[in-house]
Write a protein that binds this ligand. Structure first.
Ligand SMILES: [Zn+2]
Length: 706
């Protein structure tokens, strides 16, 4: 996951730049000049209480800068308007970056209260800029003369991005349309928030309470313990509770021998927010979809998807459908074979049933144990955190000659955090890297990369980035090494890939630099690095038993390799069904509200989805698209996977440490940020448009391997 895009989504325009004088605020370390090593944030002096006044001062300073640009008596030029706006708000950007990073990785009551207070203020601040008519008139004047201005490609790109952002946010609308646009945005913001809140309520409610121990048949001790703890926390001491979070729901479906209870828990999930009452999301989803069409139409787009995708690598809904359709047929064919295999297994085990959707996990788990028998516990002793991290550093060193050195003198925000100075092959400084690997209460879940400072160039200086990777690995008991699962080792490399994308940046403008790229491109460099983690040339070099020093046995690697393809028909099919549902909702052309469940049923009918598989998310609980930022964007994950599989195929052909290819990958992709459209960058690196074949191969969807 890449956090930068999320945070920057909120403060996109604020993430631009220039120097605002701190007025009478010298005692606030967030507003003072940072003079320590790498001009890194002075975490040793920043107090949580400093953020609120810093935000107020920095927003006021930015508003004054923007006003000066808008009110300028000079005729508008690229430098005094477009570039000036890009460079404005540097102080606000600095405060925002430190704040949102800390609030995610080391939150506190004070930070959370500050977030509640400043988030709407930041949104309002952004709207004020986006809908500033004088400012937009100046930008438009520059845009209209763009052909005569002799701009270099980066300047052209900046102008285009800035002008487009204003237009996409309603700057060209007039009169009633402008008013309606604002109303739609306000209503959408309320509805999407409610959608998310309703879902959270239902996800966390107890969905299955077991009071008779016999009903736990089949569940491993760890699952029982977690269920007992959940029950106790909900006031059901001595019972066992399951909710609809994946960590609770999936193990029950995998292990419970009670088919009736599996059905109950599974159905509770697939009917989330769809049984009337206060938390029903069906009407809300239909209303959101309708409002989005109306907004797109106001802006001159036929559909919401057309409005969204114009910004992405895919460009059009047709291109997304083309990719998803190409994958759908082989994925469904493989899912059908998997279903037949599970049905056979059920019969072999003497279970007289017709496989249903609530049986899939249970028989798949039995088949996995039978076919690919291995225990995650067998692998962990070979994956010691420090070694895995060193392997990531070594991989980058072999590919590009870059080096990492610990810097204990750099202030950090938590004792777990380590700071690394990263230098290029020629010794020049590339950036500062924080690693923050262990879970703790004050950290939100998941793993992500974010920038404390973007890269950009100004006054002849190349400002280098400060980047953090945050994970949630289990902290080992005192005196013992931290051991990772294979997924966690991949996660470390994944986030390291995002880090490299930020680290190698060498653009002129912060808003076009590093990971500030299209949504369907941002996961490509991260997924790319996972390939090295698991490559046969790399894995055995770091996967060494922490006690005996023995390298991981070849037989174990082979088992891991085979197991990776297990159940991929199912996983691909349920994902694609949800992606296609997303696209169907967002290619509606008129703002009439649909009957949401009938609409979904018709969509699945057209696809020919088999009844043993449900879309990964159904409409009433598809929060990525109805509450999050992924509307007409859920396809992005597989789009990026097509790219990374295709790009890594080039490395497999040339040798995964081929220096020439590594150089080309760095220069054409990792250094370029959003300075040119992603497809242009990709084709320059690969010499062709991406092919889907390597992904089909990787997921075992080519037909032979069922
Ligand atoms: Zn990612």
């Amino acid at each position: 996951m890449n956090n930068g895009a999320l945070v920057l989504g909120v403060v996109a325009l604020l993430a631009l730049a220039a120097c605002a004088g701190p007025q009478g605020t010298a005692e606030n370390p967030l507003l003072a000049e940072w003079t320590g090593p790498f001009q890194s944030p002075p975490f040793d002096r920043i107090r949580d209480e400093d953020f609120e006044p810093a935000f107020e001062a920095a927003m006021a300073a930015h508003a004054a800068e923007v006003k000066a640009i808008a009110d300028s008596a000079e005729p508008p030029t690229f430098a005094n308007t477009v570039e000036a706006l890009e460079r404005s708000g540097k102080q606000l950007d600095r405060v925002s970056k430190v704040f949102f990073n800390l609030n995610a990785a080391r939150t506190s009551d004070v930070l959370q209260a500050t977030a509640r207070k400043v988030s709407p203020e930041l949104a309002g601040h952004r709207d004020d800029i986006m809908l500033d008519e004088k400012l937009f008139a100046r930008i438009k004047a520059v845009w209209d003369r763009r052909e005569e201005l002799d701009l270099d490609p980066e300047q052209q790109r900046l102008l285009e991005r800035q002008y487009t952002e204003f237009v996409r946010n309603g700057a060209n609308l007039e009169g009633e349309d402008r008013e309606r646009f604002r109303q739609i945005n306000a209503e959408l913001s309320k509805l999407t928030t409610r959608f998310g809140e309703n879902l959270l309520k239902e996800m966390n409610a107890v969905a299955l309470l077991i009071e008779d121990e016999a009903d736990l048949a089949g569940l491993p001790q760890g699952v029982r313990d977690a269920a007992a703890a959940l029950a106790a926390s909900q006031g059901h001491e001595g019972a066992w509770a399951f909710n609809l979070q994946r960590t609770s729901w999936t193990p029950f479906l995998q292990y419970s021998e009670r088919r009736d209870l599996r059905e109950r828990l599974h159905t509770a999930y697939t009917s989330l927010c769809a049984h009337g009452g206060e938390t029903d999301n069906r009407e809300i989803a239909a209303r959101i979809a309708a409002l989005r069409v109306e907004r797109a139409n106001l802006l001159g787009y036929p559909t919401h998807a057309a409005w969204v995708l114009e910004e992405n690598m895919a460009k059009t809904p047709e291109a997304v459908y083309e990719l998803l359709d190409q994958l759908w047929t082989p994925a469904l064919a493989r899912a059908r074979r998997e279903r037949d295999g599970l049905q056979d297994l059920a019969h072999r085990l003497g279970d007289d049933i017709t496989l249903a959707s609530w049986d899939w996990w249970y028989y798949a788990e039995k088949l996995r144990a039978e076919k690919y028998a291995f225990d995650e516990a067998e692998v962990k002793p070979y994956l010691e955190l420090e070694r895995v991290r060193q392997a990531a550093f070594d991989t980058a060193n072999r590919l590009w000659g870059i080096t990492f050195a610990r810097r204990d003198d750099v202030p950090v925000y938590h004792p777990d955090v380590q700071a690394w100075e990263v230098r290029d092959a020629d010794g020049s400084l590339l950036g500062l890297y924080f690693t923050d690997h262990f879970a703790r209460e004050s950290k939100r879940g998941g793993a992500w990369m974010d920038n404390y400072r973007d890269q950009w160039k100004e006054d002849g200086k190349n400002i280098r980035p400060i980047i953090v990777n945050v994970c949630n690995f289990s902290r080992p008991p005192e005196g013992q090494p931290a051991l990772l699962s294979l997924d966690e080792a991949s996660t470390l490399f994944h986030e390291f890939g995002h880090f490299l994308h930020g680290l190698f940046a060498r653009g002129t403008y912060a808003s076009l630099s590093g990971t500030n790229v299209a949504q369907d491109f941002v996961e490509m460099p991260s997924q790319m690095m996972e390939n090295w983690a698991l490559a046969p040339e790399v894995l055995p070099t770091y996967a060494v038993h922490y006690r005996t020093g023995e390298p991981i046995p070849a037989a174990l690697i082979a088992k891991l390799e085979r197991a990776r393809r297990f159940n991929q028909g199912f996983a691909t099919t349920e994902y694609l069904a949800a992606s296609l549902l997303d696209m169907d909702w967002h290619t509606l052309t008129t703002p009439e509200e649909k009957d949401p469940m009938a609409f979904e049923a018709a969509a699945m009918e057209r696809l020919g989805l088999i009844p043993e598989i449900e879309p990964r998310y159904r409409t009433p609980y598809f929060s990525h698209i109805f509450a999050g930022g992924y509307s007409a964007g859920y396809y992005s994950y597989v789009w990026a996977e097509v790219l990374d599989a295709d790009a890594f195929a080039a490395f497999e052909k040339a040798g995964i440490f081929d220096p020439e290819l590594a150089r080309s990958y760095r220069e054409n992709i990792l250094e370029k940020g959003d300075s040119e459209p992603a497809m242009v960058l990709y084709e320059r690196f690969r010499g062709a448009r991406p092919s889907i074949e390597p992904l089909l191969e990787r997921r075992g969807l080519t037909g032979e391997d069922g």
